[in-house]
Each structure stands twice: as structure tokens, then as C-alpha cells.
Design a protein around this ligand. Sequence first.
Ligand SMILES: Cc1cc2nc3c(=O)[nH]c(=O)nc-3n(C[C@H](O)[C@H](O)[C@H](O)COP(=O)(O)OP(=O)(O)OC[C@H]3O[C@@H](n4cnc5c(N)ncnc54)[C@H](O)[C@@H]3O)c2cc1C
Length: 470
Amino acid sequence: MNYDVAIIGGGIVGCAILNKLTRKNLKVVLIEKGNDVAVGASKANSSIIHAGFDCKPNTLKAKFNVRGNELTFKLAKELSVPIKQCGALVVGNDLNMVNELFNRGKANGVKGLHILNREQLLTKVPKLNENITCGLFAETSGITSAYLLTIALAEEAVINGAEVKFNTKIKKCVKNDFGYNLIADNLNINAKYVINSAGASYNEVAKILGTEQHEIEFRRGEYFLLDSNIEPLTNLTIFPLPSKFSKGVLITPTVHGQTIVGPTSYESDNTTITTVDGLNEIKEKAVNIIKDIPFNKNIRNFSGVRTICGDDFIVEKSTKKQNIINLAGICSPGLTAAPAIAEYVAENLLGFNNADKKMKKRVPYTCLHDLNEAERNKLIKRNPDYGKIICKCECVSLGEIKEALNSPLKPNSVDAIKRRVRAGMGRCQGGFCLTKVIKTISENLNISEDEVVKENKGSNFYVSNINPKK
Ligand SMILES: Cc1cc2nc3c(=O)[nH]c(=O)nc-3n(C[C@H](O)[C@H](O)[C@H](O)COP(=O)(O)OP(=O)(O)OC[C@H]3O[C@@H](n4cnc5c(N)ncnc54)[C@H](O)[C@@H]3O)c2cc1C
């Protein structure tokens, strides 16, 4: 099979590029080693659409953050992905640093920045710690769901002709008359252009492509996820003043009504564990922003890993191999920047300047939780499966799970269903619904329950048929 472009890696960056190149009317394939999109850094982060005041001026981070902020709000609305321009505060007691952030933001072209004193801050967050004297308010900052945005970008691309290959790892890349021949255990294709968007595995893929290696460092960020039934701590994102390594431990609402507190920033390997030290550090730091955080209402700890290459993103044409694009070190604000990176790769690096085609719209997943009683009744009358509640915490019905299983990317794991319809995302974290979700996947995909996986290949829940000698 011949393609114009092959993209390796299905995180937010790879999926934003897939979507953009499909809009340019190209034949595009996305190759992902995992069982779904958004299984790397794009599934575990703060999901903040940063305004762009924090990035060093004249960097790719600054340029793509500010443009990406504008594009992400537009795209999320088009794709029916939840997004909220709630604004963000950076708070502390060092007015010089607040001024510096304000000036940096202005230099980056960020609009809607305001320096606030304590009284003004209290009108936005009444529970602020008494040590806080000043802050910066950024109107254009917002929150979304990073994984839903990634899924929606890929789904819309697929509806409009793109292809996505899961569980596929390229082993060989050979130059040929068409462009490149890419070979995996389960794939043999040709592509004129290849894009390395493999996140943490950038160097592994670069080695196979024969392109530039870059020095990569990992920094893990751990989080608390607080239950949706707590009294709201804040309706906007609150950061402390940033450090050299990160934007600091923040407190933010999620688009699904929960609260997250974190992340840490520890030098690490690429494993998503949480640690006692990390979680204690979050507790210690977060109370400098808001004193009484109900950490006893924590329903989950999780972590994500940043892939860092020096001080900036690397978004470049390979000089070693023609028609290959290297994307390395796409750490924060990579979620915000992704649509701007995609635009730049498509138009500036690959030269596809033609107007975007009109895309067939994706149908958003039904969300019973968000419907009023009359709407629910109508839906249940049409299809009784929407009246059978599987996940009680998040009010997710059998109908919604079946709908997700038939969605354009054909998800087939418990976590893929969780990301799409929120079964298992609530207070009990799947304690009550997990076995029902496994059963539903098994019945609808016509596979045995033993074959149902949590996330990637080998993460089966039941082991009764697995031969230990194999
Ligand atoms: C703790 C934390 C908090 C953050 N908070 C924010 C935030 O609030 N706002 C913001 O803008 N940014 C934030 N970021 C940054 C953002 O999450 C990342 O920049 C973004 O997710 C990177 O996307 P990506 O597509 O480059 O990488 P990934 O999402 O990691 O995707 C890479 C993909 O490549 C696949 N892959 C790897 N190797 C191969 C291979 N050999 N073959 C095929 N596929 C392969 C992986 O499975 C993965 O799916 C945060 C990051 C972290 C870790």
C-alpha cells in the first residue's frame, strides 16, 4: 500500500498532524505501537491549554503555544470535545517575578494578561493561602481533556479517509523509488514522507529511520485526583510561580468536574509510577496555594512522563534523510502546541499550502450524565441499553459502551472505553463496573473475557487460559 505520509506515534502531536494532513487531502497513515491513541504522555497530564506567558520568548515553545492556544479552542469546539476557557492564575509573593511573567507573556503576544493584588485575587479564589500577595491572571488559559482531544482528532481523520494501525512497531525503513518502505511484523507499506512523533521513544524510531539522535531526559509528574463531590476549591487553574524545571504544583478543576493537584517534576525513567515522596511533596507544596485541600477525598494517583530535549521543542526536517520530519522533546506545553506544530509541519516543513478541505463531522459520544431527564427518557425509549447503568459513579450506560466499541477507531481495551465514555473514572475507579465492562467488550467484539486487555497487549485481566510454559 502506498501513502503520501506515514506518522509514527499516536499521541496528541501525531494525531493533530494526522488530522491536519487529512484536511490537506493527503493519503495518511498513523502507526502506533500501542492498542489505542493517547497511551503515552497525552493520556496523563494536566490538560491545561496554556496561555503562553511562561515560555522563553523567540522559542518554538512560545510560538507554538500561543498559536496552539487559539487553534485548540477552535478545534475542540469543531470536534465537540469538552473545553473551557476558565483562565489561570499564577500566584506568589514576588511581584518582580509576576512582572517578569507579564512581560514575557507580552513579548510572546499573549493577550488578556492582568497583574492582580491580593484583594483582586481573593475575588477569584476566596480560599487562597494568606501568604499570597500578588499574581498574574491569564484570560486565555483553559482546560480540556487531552485524551479525548487526541481521540477526536484521530477519529475525524479516519472518518475522512486516514488510516490508523495499532499494535504496530516499524522494524525496518528502506529508501525506495516511491519514498520509504516501512516494514513491521504486521505491515509493509510505502510512504513519500515519514514523521517521527514517537514521544519518549523518539531515538528508538530515529535509529530505525537512520535520522538524527537527540539527547533526551525524562521528568515524571505525579498527581492526586480528587472526587467530584468535594466543595469546589477553584473554578480556574492556579499555579505557583514557576521554577527552572516546571510550572510547579498546580490546582485545577477538570472538564469532568473533578480536581487535580500536581504534578511533581522528578528526573526519572519512562515509567508512570507514583511514589510516597512525590505525593508528599505535592501535599506540602499545594497548601501554599490553598490551605485546606481535602486529600482524604483522593480517588486516584497517577503520573505522566515529560520527554525533554534541552530548552526547546525540536521540530525539524532531518538533514540525514530526505523527507523525514523529526519531532523530539515535545514536553509541556506540547498539548496546547500540538495543532500549531501540525500546521507548521504540514505547511512549512512539508509545503502543503493548499486550503484545508471541508471535513465530515465526527459524532460525539452520547453522555447520559450530561442529559436532562426528558432527553434521557427519549434516548432510553429509542434504545433500552441506555437505561442499563454499568458505571454507577459516572452514570455510564451499556448503550454508551456499545456505542464506543463501534466508534471509528474501534477501541478494544478497558482503558480505551474508560477514556471515551468514563466507565471506571469515578469514585470507585472501576471497583463495581470493571467485570461488566470486560463482559460487554467480550460479547460485543466476540472474543473471550480472557482475551480482554486493560490497555496494551499482554495486560489481560483473567489468566485461566494462559499456558505458563509458553
Ligand atoms: C506531567 C505532565 C503534565 C503536562 N501538562 C501539560 C498541560 O497541562 N498542558 C500542555 O500543553 N502540555 C502538558 N504536558 C505536555 C504534553 O502532555 C505532551 O507535550 C504531549 O502529550 C506530547 O505528545 P506526543 O504526541 O509528542 O507524545 P505521546 O503522547 O507520548 O505520544 C507518543 C506516541 O508514540 C507511540 N510510540 C512510541 N514508540 C513507538 C514506535 N516505535 N512505533 C509506534 N508508536 C510508537 C507511543 O505509544 C505514544 O502513543 C504535560 C506532560 C506531562 C508529562
